[in-house]
Design a protein around this ligand. Structure first.
Ligand code: ATP
Ligand code: MG
Ligand code: MG
Ligand code: MG
Length: 468
């Protein structure tokens, strides 16, 4: 029998506890670091230590960190391995052990504890990191052909233009070793999955771009729990592991669908629901509430996507709390605030869902009319004007218009949409100027009409989505 997700988490933490790492609890999804919107990696809570701003209490730590990556939202349900919410298992050294130990222990954990066959592991190293290459080859004994040198983009970590940085080495699992060691392409995700990343923080980069060796070298690592579960449970993707599949089954049952025989589009919707529900439950548990800006807008957008994909697979009316309950059950034993905050979570979800359902119903009907007319006229682009009217008058989010357009093989004239937005701004500005001193009430009406916060939210989302 394969390991459960919970057992994998436990084995990881215990392995490093035995190697004198202090097991620390997951930090909140709301980071202390004001430059980052959400906790995106296990290292984030330790960033002040790595930057030398804080003295560590322990030289070694290990965590299972709740993470959210909005930059992967488009990958959800489409790749086998990306989520918005996932748990990153990590081991950290603050000026203590370094490359040799991190590599040796990463290997021992992978092959002895998780019992991955050594011949199924391929590793990457930074192009110039001869030291890591030599450790993998000579100390671990990996054949040279299975140690792949990669460029800066994937295999060099930095947290900014200056400061601590260093090369990484990633461990990949090979689903098709029979294809041999020639022409290994780690980007081929039908063959390989990255499951563990080791970062060797060994340099300081100064303003001129010069690298000097750090006195205190650090180790930062991350293993995706859901990915390790996929590998060990021998399922085709992260979603079908015991960490997420019960949520999908709950949603499938509500829609009266059999996941196993469902068509791909339906499976994608079920995966989106399975993923996003975990995100929203954990975000609210950590104190985020829905709004039109910042992380509150991320939350709102994720809830809306759950609702929409629920409708796509034929669920009518409110359902989010039934799947949320399953998501709470799955993680309540690990992150205690999940059940403690149950009431807040469910109240928030219910309110957002109901409000959005009403908006959706109206907007989808209107957009459908637009699409029918377009198709009749044999056009493929939804005009900026139509998209803007839907957004401005009916409160129907642009990104939903885009999503639905894409599903119908159409596109949206975004430039046209933004031009409309600009024109609207201009209009309301001059309107303000002319009536400013006269009727305060009309100004308020205008302000209501232009949804300024919603627009801000959309733009902010564009920024948010670029944060890794
Ligand atoms: P990928 O190249 O597959 O997108 P990554 O290189 O962006 O992954 P890292 O930033 O190195 O990922 O994060 C460390 C580990 O966290 C990865 O090796 C992976 O196991 C896991 N991980 C990263 N992003 C996700 C995600 N969106 N969903 C699930 N697990 C993830
Ligand atoms: Mg990535
Ligand atoms: Mg990668
Ligand atoms: Mg990586």
């Amino acid at each position: 029998p394969s390991l459960t997700g919970n057992e994998i988490r436990e084995k990881f933490l215990n392995f490093f506890a035995e190697k004198q790492h202090k097991i620390l609890p997951s930090a909140s999804l709301i980071p202390e670091d004001p430059t980052v919107l959400l906790t995106i990696a296990g290292m984030l809570p330790f960033k002040p230590i790595f930057l030398g701003q804080k003295t560590p209490e322990y030289p070694r730590a290990t965590t299972s960190q709740k993470c959210i990556r909005t930059n992967d939202i488009e990958n959800v349900g489409r790749t086998a391995r990306h989520h918005t919410f996932f748990e990153m298992l990590g081991n950290f050294s603050f000026g203590d052990y370094f490359k040799s130990e991190a590599i040796a222990w990463g290997w021992e954990l992978s092959t002895q504890v998780f019992k991955l066959p050594p011949e199924r592991i391929v590793v990457s190293v930074f192009r110039e990191d001869d030291e890591a290459f030599a450790i993998w080859r000579d100390e671990v004994g990996i054949p040279e052909k299975r140690i792949i040198r990669m460029g800066e983009e994937d295999n060099f970590w930095k947290s900014g233009a200056t400061g601590p940085c260093g090369p990484c080495s990633e461990l990949y699992y090979d689903f098709k070793p029979e294809l041999g060691d020639d022409n290994i392409d780690l980007e081929d995700d039908s063959r390989f999955i990255e499951f563990y990343n080791l970062v060797f923080m060994q340099y300081n980069r100064d303003a001129e771009g010069n690298l000097t060796p750090l006195q205190n070298k650090n180790i930062d690592t991350g293993m995706g729990l859901e990915r390790m579960a996929q590998i060990l449970q021998q399922v085709p993707n992260n979603y079908e592991t015991d960490l997420i599949f019960p949520i999908i089954e709950t949603a499938a049952k509500l829609a009266d669908i059999d996941y196993g025989t469902a068509e791909n589009k339906t499976k994608v919707s079920l995966k989106v629901i399975g993923d996003h529900v975990r995100s929203v439950v954990q975000m609210i548990a950590d104190g985020i509430s829905a709004s039109n800006t910042g992380r509150g807008y991320v939350l709102r957008r994720l809830i809306r996507r759950v609702v929409r994909h629920g409708r796509l697979i034929g669920i009518d009316g409110n359902f989010i709390n039934e799947v949320a309950e399953k998501a709470i059950q799955l993680l309540e034993g690990v992150y205690s605030n999940t059940r403690e905050r149950e009431k807040v979570i469910k109240t928030e979800l219910q309110r957002e869902e109901s409000a959005f359902l009403a908006t959706l119903e109206r907007g989808e009907k209107l957009l459908n009319e637009v699409i029918i007319k377009l198709k009749k006229d044999q056009k493929t682009v939804i005009s900026g004007e139509d998209a803007f009217t839907l957004y401005d008058t009916d409160g129907f989010p642009l990104e939903l218009t885009q999503e639905i357009a894409e599903e119908e093989g159409l596109t949206v004239d975004i430039e046209g949409f933004e031009a409309e937005m600009e024109a609207q701004r201009g209009r309301s500005q001059s309107a303000h100027e002319t009536i400013d001193l006269t009727v305060q009430g009309s100004i308020d009406k205008l302000a209501e009409h232009i949804h300024p916060t919603e627009f801000l939210g959309y733009h902010e989302y564009q920024l948010i989505s670029q944060i890794e």
